[in-house]
Ligand binder design. Structure first.
Ligand SMILES: [Cu+2]
Length: 151
């Protein structure tokens, strides 16, 4: 009797473990929309994959309308636009902030506007420009999520 209940408890623990790992795998799936000729977009995809993301790659003909559809404010625009958990990821955002975004429900998206040298996918022979990861709140205001390079 005692052994049986211990077994049942282990089974519950095992089921919980499977459920939580399945959830983690879901959270790391990301859709990336990009232009066919965008080389830095592919390099950013490699950065995500190296950090455990499962990337679904979408080649688009009109990125401007993709950005409009996904709610990317023009001031935040860069090259590629990704979507995770219904929220946009615009430009060369480091993986750490993409993971943070997936846990934040006060934001509709995050962005690294433009294409700063030294951001993931924009490596240029060690050149490192300062840049910020900007969050767009549900209220429509910008919020600084991270500053690079980190000190
Ligand atoms: Cu780019």
């Amino acid at each position: 009797m005692k052994v049986k209940s211990k077994g049942a408890r282990l089974a519950v623990l095992a089921a919980l473990f499977v459920a939580s790992t399945a959830q983690a795998a879901d959270a790391l799936t990301i859709d990336v929309h990009r232009d066919a000729n965008c080389g830095c977009c592919k390099k950013w995809i490699s950065h995500l994959e190296a950090n455990g993301f499962q990337v679904i790659d979408h080649v688009e003909h009109d990125m401007t309308s993709v950005k409009q559809r996904l709610g990317v404010a023009p001031r935040l625009a860069s090259c590629h636009t990704a979507v995770i958990d219904g929220k946009f990821v615009e430009g060369h955002v480091p993986a750490a902030q993409v993971i943070e975004l997936s846990k934040r429900n006060d934001l509709v998206g995050i962005a690294v506007p433009g294409m700063p040298a030294g951001s993931p996918g924009m490596e240029a022979g060690g050149t490192q420009h300062a840049y910020q990861v900007t969050g767009l709140t549900k209220a429509g205001t910008d919020q600084v999520i991270a500053d690079y390079p980190t000190k």
